[in-house]
Design a protein. Sequence first.
Length: 271
Amino acid sequence: MNNEAIGFFDSGVGGLTVVREVLKQLPNERIVYVGDSARAPYGPRPAAQVKQFSWELTQFLLEKNVKMLVIACNTATAVALDEIKEKIDIPVVGVILPGSRAALKATQKNYIGVIGTVGTIKSGAYEKAIHQKSPTTKVTGLACPKFVPIVESNEYQSSVAKKIVAETLRPFKINKPDTMILGCTHYPLLRPIIQQTLGRDVTLIDSGAETVSDVSMLLDYFEISATPDRKDLAHEFYTTSSPKMFEEIANQWLGIGDLQVKHIDLVKQLV
Ligand code: DGL
């Protein structure tokens, strides 16, 4: 048993989609979350910069004494997971392998689509993960750089969002995969619109939500689950930007009444 928190980071509010699933599946666990909204989106940034930011967020969480680290960001997982794993001595979980496994399980036509940030799609991380297990599975990736800004600005339910999603996903109208990985943790907030655009016959895979099974398994494996019936669950949420917008989205998405978000100043140099 270990009652220290699980640490989560993302470029912004996207990782809250993973947290929502943790609150549901692992309600005894305390959460420390940091979103780097001041420097979001990470998607268009060079890999070296995403690595550096990921390391800064990791260090912030290590100072909070977390017992496990969840990289709740596909873009950061794609470029920084291996290095972070090597550098620190607590279990580290990324979001790409769990999403790939779930997609392989779901596909009937052996054809999987992946939507993600420019960084994630360019890295080919999903293709590699899927082909390592199943070389004959067809995988088509599409970068959707306009999606994250819609979510970060809390416009993910607007008519503008509908229009942008429809336009961006047009390439999938021809030769449609039967399974689509939401390869960015921001995208589950757009899920109803994405589902409507692609059609009910496409199974959407929420890579972040799938990750929670790995988190749960590792807690068991390392025997570091929290004690049951905890009454002192003071979750902590931090953002590098203004807490107001973050709080609005977090409250809507997590449904925790009076969630408090604190500002932290990690941003030493904005590039
Ligand atoms: N939510 C992140 C991801 O899963 C990053 C999005 C971004 O900042 O571009 O990739």
